[in-house]
Design a protein around this ligand. Sequence first.
Ligand code: SAH
Length: 273
Amino acid sequence: MTATRRSAPKFPMRLDRLGDGGRDAAGSSRTVLRPQAPLQQAAVDAARSVVPSGLGLDSAEVRHRMVRRLHAAGLSNETVLEALAAVPRHLFVDGALVNQAYEDTSLPIGHGQTISKPSVVARMIELLTQGRAARDAGSLGRVLEIGSGCGYQAAILARLAREVVSIERVRPLHDKARAHLALLRETRVRLLYGDGMLGHAGGAPYDSVIAAAGGDAVPQAWLDQLGIGGRLVAPVRIQGTRQALVVIDRTDNGYLRSVHDAVHFVPLKAGLD
Ligand code: SAH
């Protein structure tokens, strides 16, 4: 199913329109809670097959709350917010951090790396969707992601793309991303273990390129592998230690660069770990 075929919810979103598409990896059937008489509510509770999620709540409800907060904070792309409402972020973090999974914060995922903040994931993907190729195709098309980490952003991208090629240089994280995406039965993500600074020429050209780690400059390989009409979004050092989201559009006449929000990402490193 592609993003274009789903109906876009209008804000404020109605909770019952944002289904999990049967993809809640906890396997729970989601029930929308509305104010009801106590007896009715008891019957609803009894009928609900509750699978423990570690959250002690229906995780879809918690996600919707997170999405409403992101919307209130100015993130307005409904397709992107719908994807954030659907992907169970708590399954991507370690047990001890599950209670913080729906806060707008980055969290450690091991090996000195972090899962990105939901608002930053949403912002970067929102920027990607504004690129020409994405606008023409109604989706992100074929995406190259550098820095799979725990696989969370790849799962979000997969809901908006035809295919995601995602590269990670730390082997245990690559394995972790694989396990998480298998849990969600995500088939549109191709995970590669390698140095993402080289991109993946075998899959080029890409409609969208997105990096989850920040370097001093955008590697030439990413620019070469970006298709004409395509857009790249990456954190890049702009002055001193400051980082910002840099957008690069590849046009018929060359590359156009613009600088956006200040961010703080883990470093982009060459080679393998
Ligand atoms: N998108 C990830 C964020 C992970 S943090 C998520 O949703 O969890 C950034 C990741 O980039 C780290 O896992 C780090 O190991 C990885 N990384 C840094 N430099 C890299 C490179 N050259 N190639 C591939 N991955 C890289």
